[in-house]
Design a protein around this ligand. Structure first.
Ligand SMILES: [Zn+2]
Length: 497
């Protein structure tokens, strides 16, 4: 069975055939580091994280390259606003990016090159394009790519030149010959960073860096190029023109694009005030809840972010972890009896068949253009049967314990490819409880102190005060449960609003 993926270049699903048997080179466009990462960056990073994890799970040797754009108009503008060198800004936001992605459980790419480390390569590529008649320098030191001279421009985005021409204008002050031409090199203005070049002091245009860095690490032709669908035009179209224009060889074989993210049905933008940072989301949601939210949809589909959608993702993750907790309570890690395939009772046999089947069905779903939604559905089928098996009571037969141990193993294995179910269930629920309390404006030590006070009141037979404390907490959604071993608290009901 082949892995099939949707190729933006051919507009259809194709069998994935790597250039080199057993190896995959993948390049994804990274972040322009001038601000804190938002939920859109999280989506793209999680999607490509799962794609690379799955390729590895399937046995490929993967080389995953993701760049940082660390010199650009926005970075320079911010540096000037703050009165610091542009590198101060890029260093700051690269560090923040790495921390945010680490917390989301995104595995670091194999290589994370920065544009400013590849300036000589960019100058070399521009020089080659000039030599091929595909680029020209203008007085003042700018260099442009000549779109008309590259046959095949528009093949990725499906646009034709006439369409693109109507609407294209030359901005005042630009010396390009044709409105469609784009900058490869820009002469640096006063106060801007610059590098020496054959065309004078300047800095690269945006598109050239990805052509240079992808080729540097993966070769002139490589397997997969990815990014958000907003990059198809003009960025990826221009990358193809630059790379194929220089080498005369096909650039990336498969183009994968993740869909947009919206916030409450609206485009996310700073001006609309609905700009949601990863850091803010992680204050109130477990990273695996965010991953579930992203992966419950197909990577190519649009994704609508809302607090409600995240709460639903939390309930779903809790259900998965509840099953793991039930198993863990009955079968502490590594203690499942080795019953083997000996005749099992019917329920156990059914679950074992489902469990044994999960990796295969998971693979079928993921082989179908990384259908994570369907893959998650199969995990839930196993969870339903786990629940049915453990409703019997706190003690289970050795065959049941054996099958439950197997269920945990495959849930962890397949979940791990998606970057979920990586925690101990008790740790997960403790974190969940703390986050839920904080969402209600409750501090953990405050709750613990009130529980202590209630205990003293009960000892002193001050039932009125004890009830007052319990009711006060219940009004905020904190429910107390008394048992022989003490009082535990949980947070019920989702937050309203
Ligand atoms: Zn790029």
């Amino acid at each position: 069975m082949a892995l099939r993926l949707y190729n933006t270049l051919t507009r259809r699903k194709e069998d994935f055939v790597p250039i080199k048997d057993g190896e995959v080179g993948i390049y994804a466009c990274g972040v322009t580091v001038y601000d804190t990462c938002h939920i859109g960056h999280a989506r793209s990073a999680i999607n490509f994280d799962v794609i690379t994890r799955y390729l590895r799970y399937r046995g490929y040797r993967v080389n995953y390259v993701k760049n940082f754009t660390d010199v650009d108009d926005k970075i320079i503008a911010r540096a000037n606003r703050e009165g610091v060198e542009f590198r101060k800004i890029s260093e700051r936001y690269i560090a923040e990016h790495d921390r945010d992605m680490g917390q989301l459980g995104v595995e670091p790419p194999d290589v994370t090159p920065r544009a400013t480390e590849h300036i000589p390569g960019m100058i070399g590529l521009i020089d080659r394009l000039i030599g091929n008649g595909l680029a020209y320098a203008v007085p003042g030191g700018d260099v442009y790519f000549s779109v008309k001279n590259f046959r095949g421009y528009g093949k990725l985005s499906g646009r034709n030149l006439d369409e693109m021409m109507s609407g294209a204008r030359i901005a005042p002050g630009e010396k390009k010959k044709d409105p469609l031409d784009f900058a490869l090199w820009k002469a640096s203005k006063e106060g801007e960073p610059w590098w020496d070049s054959p065309w004078g002091k300047g800095r690269p245009g945006w598109h050239i860096e990805c052509s240079v860095m992808s080729t540097h690490f993966l070769g002139e032709t490589f397997d997969i190029h990815g990014g958000g669908e907003d990059l198809i035009f003009p960025h990826h179209e221009n990358e193809i023109a630059q790379s194929e224009g220089a080498s005369g060889k096909p650039f990336a074989k498969y183009w994968l694009h993740n869909g947009f993210i919206k916030v409450n049905h609206e485009k996310m933008s700073k001006s609309l005030g609905n700009f949601i940072t990863i850091r803010d989301i992680l204050k109130i949601h477990h990273p695996e809840v965010v991953r579930f939210f992203v992966l419950q949809g197909h990577y190519r589909s649009p994704l609508d972010f809302s607090e409600e959608a995240l709460n639903e993702a939390r309930f779903a993750m809790n259900r998965l972890y509840e099953a793991l907790k039930k198993i863990r309570d009955l079968v502490p890690a590594g203690t499942a009896p080795a019953v083997g395939e000996a005749p099992l009772p019917e329920k156990e046999r059914e679950l074992l068949a489902r469990v044994r089947d999960l990796p295969e069905r998971f693979r079928e779903a993921m082989d179908d253009d990384f259908n994570t939604a369907r893959a998650l559905g199969y995990l839930f089928e196993v969870v339903r049967q786990v629940n049915a098996l453990v409703t019997g009571g706190p003690e289970a037969s050795p065959p049941a314990l054996f099958v439950l141990g197997e269920a945990e193993r495959v849930l962890r294995e397949t979940g791990g490819v998606l970057g979920i179910l990586t925690e101990d269930p008790n740790v997960y629920f403790e974190k969940d409880r703390i986050r839920e309390a904080q969402k209600r404006g409750l501090q953990i030590d405050e709750i613990e102190a009130l529980i202590g006070e209630r205990l003293r009141a009960r000892k002193e037979k001050d039932w009125k005060r004890a009830d007052e404390i319990r009711d006060g907490l219940a009004a905020k959604g904190v429910v107390l449960k008394d048992s022989r071993t003490g009082t535990v608290w949980t947070v019920e009901k989702p937050v309203q609003g």
